[in-house]
Design a protein around this ligand. Structure first.
Ligand SMILES: NC(=O)c1ccc[n+]([C@@H]2O[C@H](COP(=O)([O-])OP(=O)(O)OC[C@H]3O[C@@H](n4cnc5c(N)ncnc54)[C@H](O)[C@@H]3O)[C@@H](O)[C@H]2O)c1
Ligand SMILES: [Zn+2]
Length: 363
């Protein structure tokens, strides 16, 4: 088992990563000084797979777990579901010191985090992420939110967990597509910050895809470490944290234009290739580095070109809406080599258009 320390908001918390972390959850909560009642929030799918193991660990350590189960799905990340959870917390007469445990993927993490941030102006939060995306991305950084109206993550805040417990063995149960979805963020993290890690991924991708637990443990630890480092340096999302958006500017437009038939990681994979192409076109990146990135993504099974049926004009329109929300500027994270990026907000509009159009082309 590995641990990473994360400093945020003047506090430090521990992220435990490894096989069997779920079994040790009770002891970890005990070590953190909690006792008595704890509330687990999870979804039906995750509850069926891991609920019992977590509850047993909590009971064995002397806790009284209460479990709130909601149906799975992004549409549950809403004020309405938060309301259902608030009502249950009222019924359970929880106290300000009662920890909420978010057992599940990013949806459960964001929703439970949102409830933890707001109920009694803040309950202790423990993330128990069970998707690759949640282990390497959404459980770190303290962003919590629900979706409202047609917008994603538009109602939320910052609430740091007191601990993150990432059990690698939960990843063995993830559907292929969910697993690859998380791998897009893993590859992104290597490209923005760590060439040595990128080389590790290149040499061990077959074992990653076979879900060798020791390789996954290292992969999750390094990726989480990269996110933690970036977030620590820029906790409130002012500057540096933007590098985490590599591949996301065009990627998010593609995801939206697909009507969310493409998952986030798939949009990001196509977006990373488009951003790297842009970098080559601007003379910032060697073409060989683009080829290298593209071949790693292809080996991972992620798309590198836009599938048929997605109109570039619709992608550009979605990007224009994002741009408006971002204060009128599209920011691009551009690699200068694999392992290093720069942020540019002066990419000419015609180059952006060209890159989106080219995302349709099988290279
Ligand atoms: N807070 C942040 O900083 C941040 C960052 C990135 C993404 N997010 C949010 O994360 C959400 C996406 O998270 P996600 O990709 O984890 O999706 P998700 O939470 O919807 O989980 C995907 C599916 O996998 C199932 N599942 C979870 N763990 C499983 C397991 N071990 N085995 C089998 N099935 C399992 C879930 O029931 C669900 O159906 C989005 O809402 C996004 O906005 C937040
Ligand atoms: Zn992302």
């Amino acid at each position: 088992m590995r641990t990473t320390r994360v400093w945020c908001s003047g506090t430090v918390y521990r992220m435990s990563i490894g096989t069997g972390v779920l079994r040790q959850a009770g002891d970890e909560l005990d070590r953190l000084g909690f006792s008595g009642r704890v509330v687990v929030v999870t979804d039906e799918t995750v509850e069926a797979l891991f609920g019992e193991e977590l509850e047993r660990s909590l009971r064995d350590a002397g806790f009284e777990p209460e479990v709130i189960v909601i149906p799975p799905g992004e549409e549950r990340k809403s004020l309405e579901t938060a309301g259902v959870i608030y009502s249950r917390l009222n019924e359970l007469a929880v106290e300000r010191s009662t920890p909420l445990l978010a057992l599940g993927g990013g949806v459960i993490g964001d929703l439970t985090g949102f409830v933890a941030a707001t109920y009694f102006r803040g309950l202790p939060l423990v993330h128990v992420p069970t998707t690759l995306l949640a282990q390497v991305d959404s459980s770190l950084g303290g962003k919590v939110a629900v979706n409202h109206g047609m917008l994603k993550n538009n109602v939320g805040g910052f609430h740091q967990p007191v601990a993150v417990l990432a059990d690698i063995s939960t990843l063995l149960r993830l559907p292929e597509r969910e697993f690859r979805n998380g791998l897009a963020e893993v590859i992104k993290s290597a490209v923005i910050r760590d060439e040595g890690f990128l080389e590790f991924l290149e040499s061990r991708m077959d074992d990653v895809l076979l879900r060798d637990e020791s390789v996954l443990e290292k992969m999750v630890a390094v990726t989480a470490g990269i996110k933690a480092a970036v977030v620590q340096e820029d906790e409130r999302d002012h500057g540096l944290r933007n590098i985490l958006n590599f591949g996301h500017t065009i990627g998010h437009g593609i995801e939206t234009a697909s009507g969310f038939t493409l998952c986030h990681g798939e949009g990001v994979a196509i977006g990373m290739v488009a951003a790297a192409k842009m970098s080559v076109a601007m003379g910032l990146l060697e073409p060989g580095e683009l080829t290298r990135l593209r071949s790693l993504l292809v080996r991972t099974g992620l798309p590198v070109t836009m599938p048929e049926g997605i109109e570039p004009s619709v992608v550009l329109a979605a990007m224009a809406r994002d741009k408006k929300r971002a204060g009128g500027r599209l920011r691009f994270v551009l690699p200068t080599r694999l392992g290093e990026v720069i942020i540019r907000n002066d990419v000419p509009g015609n180059l952006v258009e060209e890159m989106v159009l080219e995302s349709n082309v099988v290279a």
